[in-house]
Write a protein that binds this ligand. Structure first.
Ligand code: 9J3
Ligand code: ZN
Length: 300
């Protein structure tokens, strides 16, 4: 297409031309957020990642938090929203995270600032009761995402079309239930998940399942592994089995969980192919990873 000298795809006339010229002179990064550059992908956030940046305790974004009281919540038990403080980088994708059976939000709260500092709005929730089963936890994750995008004080910071779910144990089983219910979800990450339903052919959401080699509460042989195997083979999916780990490994800060979760959320919520290098080829067995399975390259 021929562009008139004084028109372009973005902006109109003299002012846009002046802005472009100014940006060229001073560099776009002085005008926008952390490590910004002219990106083809409108959902890309933050600087180019490295092995050390995805392993770091905190990513490039400063994080703020706000609590959601149980009384103000509908369909879940309240929680805490962690979000990038800046408003200079547009909206962010978001993820809701459920704890497991008998557990509170505090059992998964380490993921809030860890993931938000990489450029996501993260909602760690309490459930209605600590005894709720995976199906209910799935519904509650979806209610929390609806609260986040429609009613929360940070709703204007969230891109409601780019959402994901995570959870521990029955909360991980709940994240599979949520993805089954709402196929528009862009990513699911069950952490040492537990569910009586072993078959997930309905899922259309790219799913990364973490198992733990020493899990005696949700043994991988009857939970994480069959869940992975019974996802559609056409789906972008992965299974990472943590080495020297237990059912409760996801309840404390864990760099292996963090680095691959960040990469999965970036790759599928932000469509950020800069993170594909950490997911494909699959990580080889190591001191931290007992086994890995998945399709490479990814197809969505
Ligand atoms: O959420 C979980 O930790 C599920 C594991 C469990 O206690 O299952 C027994 C019913
Ligand atoms: Zn099923």
């Amino acid at each position: 297409m021929q562009l008139h000298p004084h028109t372009s795809r973005r902006g109109t006339g003299r002012l846009a031309g002046l802005t472009a010229a100014l940006a060229a002179v001073v560099g776009l990064s002085t005008l926008t957020g952390p490590g910004a550059h002219a990106a083809d992908n409108p959902y890309e956030r933050g600087p180019a990642p490295t092995e050390s940046s995805i392993e770091a305790l905190r990513g490039p974004y400063a994080v703020s938090q706000t609590s959601v009281s149980r009384l103000s919540a509908t369909g879940f038990g309240g929680g805490t929203i962690y979000y990038p403080t800046t408003t200079a980088d547009g909206t962010f994708g978001a993820v809701a995270i459920s704890p497991g059976y008998t557990a509170l939000e505090s059992s998964i709260s380490w993921l809030g600032p860890r993931l938000a500092s990489q450029g996501f709005v993260v909602f760690t929730i309490d459930t209605n009761t600590t005894l709720d089963q995976p199906g209910s936890r799935g519904d509650q994750l979806l209610a929390a995402l609806d609260y986040l995008t429609q009613r929360s004080s940070v709703r204007n910071r969230v891109d409601s079309s780019r959402l994901g779910v995570m959870g521990h144990s029955m909360g991980g089983g709940g994240s599979l239930e949520a993805a089954k219910t709402r196929p528009s979800l862009q990513a699911a990450i069950p952490l040492t998940p537990w569910n009586l339903d072993k078959t997930w052919p309905e899922l259309r959401t790219p799913t990364l399942i973490f198992g733990a080699d020493g899990d005696s509460i949700a043994p991988v042989s009857s939970h994480a592994e069959p869940f992975y195997t019974n996802l559609p083979s056409s789906l972008d999916r992965a299974y990472l089995e943590l080495n020297n780990a237990t059912h409760f490994t996801p309840n404390s800060s864990d760099t292996t969980i963090a680095k691959y979760s960040v990469s999965w959320l970036k790759r599928f919520i932000d469509n950020d192919t800069r993170y594909e290098q950490f997911l494909c080829p699959l990580p080889r067995p190591s001191l931290t990873i007992e086994e890995s399975r998945g399709n490479c390259p990814h197809t969505s």
